[in-house]
Write a protein that binds this ligand. Sequence first.
Ligand SMILES: [Zn+2]
Length: 443
Amino acid sequence: MTAYWCELAWLGGERAEAGVLIDVEDGLIVGVTGGAPAPPAGAVRLDGVTIPGLANAHSHAFQRALRGRTQQGAGSFWTWREQMYRLADRLDPESYLALARATYAEMALAGITCAGEFHYVHHGPGGTPYQDPNEMGRALIAAAHEAGVRITLIDACYLHGGIGEPPGGTQERFSDGSVERWVERVEGLRDDDSVRIGAAVHSMRAVDPESAAAVAGWAGQGGRPLHAHVSEQLVENEACVEAYGRTPTVLLADAGGLEGSFTAVHATHLDDADVRLLGDAGACCCVCPTTERDLADGIGAMRRLVDAGASLSLGSDSHAVIDPFEEARAVELDERLASAERGRHGAAELLRAATEGGHACLGWSDAGRIEPAARADLVTVSLDSVRLAGTAPETAVESLVFAATAPDVRSVIVDGREVVSEGRHVSIDVTRELHQAVLRVLA
Ligand SMILES: [Zn+2]
């Protein structure tokens, strides 16, 4: 057993608590005791604020290579997508493993203990399957394992280049040709202690309603999380209404998609009926504010969704930035800009979205909280940076959410194993590997 003494620890309430002892055995938390003013003999000392593991509920690992490379000139989501497709065209299982491993290691440095990888680059050029049709998915699983984080591989069904259109160009790499072939392929993937397999309907642009129902059925049967990109762009809503007379949310609801553990990624442009459907279903909405800003998507109405009964999680999506603190405060700050009101989401609520909410929507109900029987994920944020110097214990949760950045994370423990120590990854030179992996896929 290992005992950790936390100067301050956030146990899920409105405030952090001082002097908390956390006992860990076989990767699980077995005891949490408050009121320990000093570390007992033999305890590992964690100075700063210790929080549960952060979950990145929406990632496309390869898009890390686009960072800083899509910022020139005018454009839109759709012009960005062309650049993204050109990058996707260059991936092979080996280069993707290296890029994803470095990207997940960057996440670990930011306090992320679990990645939700929304995976759609399945096949080789022209759509030719690899000898193992899950070779790309397995590369992502290996990458997470090597980086020391858990992964939920959210395998996305992608069949159409647009409503009623066949996939073209790069999209051929995404498509299995039919939902039956998608099921056959994902049946070859297995869960283990650090891997969960989930399902996704890429979007209602890329999957017809009948196939979406089959994906939802497969996820429901296995009790697996189901994710979908929902209403990220207005054009997508217009196309669905024109083709089917229904919004993407209503189409997904009619396909049975909201019946199990459903996560609507983005959920930016919703009407009142969409909000009611997601709220009544208790669905999760995964907000990705730094990407939504970067792609000029718009600002979602997350307060309205939470009030209707939905829960929140956070994702760094295209990895324009990997910083869960920035994602968390952006939910509130972007809504302030749109609503001219402050205090729509409290700091503790946002931190719950970043930890427990993210893990829950990725199928890890046993993670994201510091409590007995939970997975021993402990993320310690130092208070001795210029950003956090002067933090008061009573408002430490607010300081973390509204002022911390990823480099303030000093120590990360995942399932009881140390992955980041003194701000450095224990086994990966993350800067060097990112540099090499990005240049390699762009070469
Ligand atoms: Zn996405």
